[in-house]
Design a protein around this ligand. Structure first.
Ligand code: UN1
Length: 479
């Protein structure tokens, strides 16, 4: 009998019905059994976070620094083990899994330091003898809802700043991948986080997520996930006048210009489009290529895709792990059929691959002859599927790149300083990448998009304070 991983509510591990966490590389393998919280568990978690807030928000920065820093060091020390857990529950390769765990450690380390760097401003009032101070204070109980595609990095980049600035937390990880979330909550708990400061409620969105969204006691809600769920978070949050922050979809372009270094173009687009099985909101699924390099680029990328090794996430030579679950696999293969039906040409990949273990293996797919009006160029697929759109020149490329409802990340591959500079200024995206992939971001600088991709302040880096704190302006007249 596999041990049940419980929810953490008010410092106590609380059981309940368990659900199997299945390995997408081998569906016969149960990674672990994780409790599913009820509506009552969620209400208890919110009440615990509310009760813990006054003390935690007035706690010393030394205590916060120490807990976050110890957590970072435990994550680093256990990165091989946690990286394997991540790869087994989500399906990204072991190298990607260990990389993501390392990133989580770095995020905790960064925000441990931010606790010590909390600062404000002090200015004279326009009234003589009066001073004005501006300080940042914690929000209160923060709700955190995270997606399945980054099982440890996204929880880390929301939990670490929430705690650093003195908030208490109710945390609901994706139902599909609770393992890494359970592990970081366990680490924080053992490293001395007071009871009620961080509460873990694993389970379904319709039960746990809904109870969180309905609660007036959650005063700030951060969410990364689908556009549809993001809209629900927004609507529910406005109803109770709660602050909210959304990171949703992307349909990120990468422009390849005639003057690009072909090797850089192929490496950058293959990485952006297909690694992590294309399951990143920063993935690039629209490759906008100018005429002069188009055929050469397509030939080289096609060759590269043919050689990509798709297989068990844990196997040494695997480059592309499985798709996360049957629902996502169906979405990917449906879009491949839609692309064919729309008249795009499937030049490589798109077929299911058989391996020794039963898993959701899909060979990365590349379409050419696509237009920006096709559904495969407008809707987020969230799988290893990309489409090449041929354009005349840079001006047309830029117009096509910006012709999307999304605006998370946008890339260009060029050796021209003129076009690179123009693109950085004119790309309608929160993040612009010149000669680097659209996906795979640093942990110490802001992350987030524009238009339909994001709502509210950026995440990560010192900008995270915008969401996780509120500013107070205090006037003092000397005695
Ligand atoms: C990255 O590209 O390194 O859900 C991070 C996502 C993003 C994170 C991407 N919020 O894919």
């Amino acid at each position: 009998m596999t041990e049940l991983h419980k929810n953490l509510i008010n410092g106590e591990w609380v059981g309940g019905d368990g659900a199997d966490n299945i390995n997408p590389s081998n569906t016969n393998e149960v990674v672990g059994v994780y409790a599913r919280a009820t509506q009552q568990d969620t209400l208890d978690a919110i009440a615990a976070a509310k009760a813990a807030f006054p003390a935690w928000s007035h706690s010393g920065i030394l205590q916060r620094w120490e807990i976050l820093s110890k957590t970072a060091h435990e994550i680093f020390a256990r990165k091989a083990e946690l990286g394997e857990l991540l790869s087994r529950e989500e399906g990204k390769t072991l190298a990607e899994g260990i990389g993501e765990v390392t990133r989580a450690g770095q995020i905790f380390e960064f925000f441990a330091g931010e606790a010590l760097r909390l600062s404000g401003e002090s200015v004279p009032s326009v009234r003589p003898g009066v001073g004005v101070e501006m300080t940042r204070e914690a929000m209160g109980v923060v709700g955190i809802i995270t997606p399945w595609n980054f099982p440890i990095a996204i929880p880390a980049w929301k939990i670490a700043p929430a705690l650093c600035y003195g908030n208490t937390v109710v945390f609901k990880p994706a139902d599909l991948v609770p393992g890494c979330s359970w592990a970081i909550v366990d680490i924080l708990h053992r490293n001395g986080l007071p009871k009620g400061v961080l509460n873990l409620v694993m389970g379904r969105g319709s039960v746990v997520g809904q109870a969180m969204l309905d609660s007036k006691d959650i005063v700030a809600q951060t969410f990364t996930g689908s556009v549809n769920t993001g809209r629900r978070v927004a609507e529910a949050s406005v109803k109770v006048m709660r602050k909210f922050q959304l990171e949703m979809g992307g349909k990120n372009p990468t422009i390849v210009l005639d003057d690009a270094d072909l090797k850089v173009a192929v490496e950058t687009t293959a990485q952006s489009a297909f690694y992590s099985t294309g399951q990143r909101c920063t993935a690039s699924s629209r490759l906008i290529v100018t005429e002069g390099i188009h055929d050469q680029f397509v030939a080289a990328l096609t060759e590269g895709i043919r050689n990509l090794k798709v297989g068990d996430a844990i196997a040494k030579d695997t480059e592309i792990g499985p798709v996360v679950d049957p629902g996502q696999l169906k979405q990917d293969t449906d879009y491949i059929e839609i692309g064919k039906g729309e008249g795009a040409k499937l030049v490589v990949g798109g077929e299911l691959v058989k391996r020794d273990n039963p898993g959701y293996f899909l060979q990365p797919a590349l379409f050419t002859e696509a237009t920006n009006q096709m559904r495969i160029a407008r809707e987020e697929i969230f799988g290893p599927v990309a489409a090449v759109i041929r354009v005349k020149d840079y001006d047309e490329a830029l117009a096509v790149a910006n012709d999307t409802e999304f605006g998370l990340s946008a890339g260009i591959v060029t050796t021209s300083l003129k076009y690179a500079t123009h693109f950085k200024r004119n790309a309608e995206a929160g993040m612009v990448m010149v000669n680097v992939p659209t996906a795979g971001v640093d942990f110490h600088v802001p992350f987030g998009g524009r238009k339909g991709s994001s709502y509210g302040p950026k995440e990560q880096g010192k900008y995270a304070a915008e969401f996780f704190t509120q500013v107070k302006t205090a006037y003092t007249a000397a005695g």
